[in-house]
Design a protein around this ligand. Structure first.
Ligand SMILES: Cc1cc2nc3c(=O)[nH]c(=O)nc-3n(C[C@H](O)[C@H](O)[C@H](O)COP(=O)(O)OP(=O)(O)OC[C@H]3O[C@@H](n4cnc5c(N)ncnc54)[C@H](O)[C@@H]3O)c2cc1C
Length: 413
């Protein structure tokens, strides 16, 4: 008999889970209150980040923290009132940055990012959107002389992990991106990264592939999860759905449906913003660039040049705080000839656990309830492998990578 599943959330992670379960013969219903790929999986920088194997909370964070605490640096905004009334998550996050945790954390992230480009390349070909993939790497840039040493150190670190990169001086930078203004002293071309020109459209194309393969997509606002007669049931504003297994892939909203079941995955969010700009005539970038000192990505997108901001540790649903995106707008205009003016400011929330690793696996004490969220800064890159891990575990297969570091039991008792 055909086994059934419903997947809650049609961002990159949920769509990938749906495709991977479908490939293994499940009849899958993918449920989202919006069209697929309209939230975090829309607004990101579109980088397929093979080289991002060091999480934000690494030992280096301790040295930088004092420069962040005054809420003046664009890399971080901290809502102090929230941090003080709910210090637990932040303290755990900082505690997880200690040196003794670094090697295992890096190995776990590397296991997820290692195949990101090949997995997306294959999916984009199947979904007919290969034209959206740019295999031109990403470029990291430093504004000061000290950048040379930083670029070289990162190059050597990546090389030790088998990841190719090239250190560039001023001349080298203008050789690969001639339209950048000559304000950068050093660069690192991360050759094995790739990017897309519309992460939302890519997510939608994967969802469409799922639909064409007889997948069912329902637009419904999930309100309550409960055990059903022979599996799981979700009540939505548009009616109930029942299946043998349920997958929660609601990104930054995952805790909303889990809390009533007594499940606290210690999930929080790192908010971020983006704006789109037009370039002055004749100016173009061939790849996303990251300005290390000013803390922003600028990525060429279908809609224009997307400038994304750093981490805003505020409540998920608190009103916007444009301090960081205003700062990086100025910095991006210093670096590249962007025209003045932007239509809107988008806000999203990276779903993050204290150890910066996603939660992938079956919920303890809740057989048939599968969790796939917490992909933090890397969920667009790591969605497809997350889906493969979930589906392999559901079917009792050996997953493509060791799932132990991502096990829900590390936070859920
Ligand atoms: C500024 C910024 C830049 C980033 N840049 C990159 C990058 O370059 N590369 C990279 O790999 N990652 C990047 N990320 C991270 C990445 O975007 C996320 O990790 C990823 O999109 C998370 O995907 P998801 O499927 O878990 O969540 P989402 O894409 O948010 O999907 C969750 C879905 O759940 C749905 N939903 C929520 N509640 C309900 C409900 N009650 N009922 C039904 N549906 C519901 C939502 O509508 C949504 O579609 C960035 C993030 C930000 C904010």
């Amino acid at each position: 008999m055909t086994r059934t599943a419903f997947v809650l959330g049609a961002g990159m992670v949920g769509v990938s889970c749906a495709l991977s379960l479908q490939k293994r013969g499940f009849a899958v219903t993918l449920i989202d209150r919006r069209e697929p790929g309209q939230e975090t999986s829309y607004g990101n920088a579109g980088v397929l980040a093979r080289s991002s194997i060091v999480p934000l909370n690494n030992p280096g964070l301790y040295g930088k923290i004092t420069s962040y605490l005054g809420n003046r640096h664009p890399a971080l905004n901290l809502d102090w009132s929230r941090a003080l009334t709910r210090p637990g998550w932040l303290l755990r996050f900082l505690w997880e940055a200690r040196a003794s945790k670094a090697a295992a954390r890096i190995a776990a992230l590397e296991s997820l990012t290692g195949s990101t480009v090949e997995r997306h390349r294959a999916l984009m070909a199947e979904a007919g959107v290969s034209h959206r993939l740019r295999e031109t790497g990403t470029l990291k840039l430093w504004r000061t002389e000290a950048g040379h040493a930083a670029a070289q150190a990162e190059h050597d670190f990546l090389k030790a992990h088998g990841i190719a990169a090239q250190v560039l001086d001023r001349q080298g930078i203008s050789g690969v991106e001639p339209a950048l203004k000559p304000i950068f002293h050093a660069g690192l071309l991360c050759l094995e990264n790739a990017s897309v020109d519309s992460p939302g459209a890519v997510t939608q194309a994967y969802a469409e592939l799922f639909r064409q393969r007889s997948g069912r997509i329902e637009k419904a606002d999930a309100q309550r999860l409960e055990r059903g007669a022979s599996g799981w049931r979700v009540a939505t504003a548009q009616g109930g759905f029942e299946a043998d297994i349920a997958v929660v892939a609601l990104g930054p909203w995952s805790m909303d449906l889990l809390a009533p079941l007594g499940i606290d995955p210690k999930l929080d969010v790192e908010r971020g913003y983006h704006r789109h700009f037009k370039a002055e005539p004749g100016a173009r970038l061939s790849r996303p660039v990251y300005d290390v000192d000013a803390a922003y990505f600028m990525a060429p997108m279908e809609e224009g040049y997307r400038v994304t901001s750093g981490v805003d540790l505020s409540r998920r649903d608190a009103p916007d705080n444009h301090r960081q995106i205003d700062q990086v707008t100025v910095s991006a205009q210093e670096a590249f000839p962007l025209e003045d003016g932007f239509a809107t400011t988008w806000r999203g929330a990276r779903p993050t656990l204290p150890d910066s690793l996603p939660m992938i696996g079956e919920a303890p004490r809740h057989p048939g309830l599968w969790l796939a969220f917490g992909n933090q800064h890397l969920g667009f890159s790591t969605g497809p492998i997350t889906g493969e891990i979930v589906a392999a575990l559901v079917c009792g297969e050996t997953p493509p990578v060791d799932p132990t570091p991502f096990a829900p039991g590390r936070y859920i008792g």
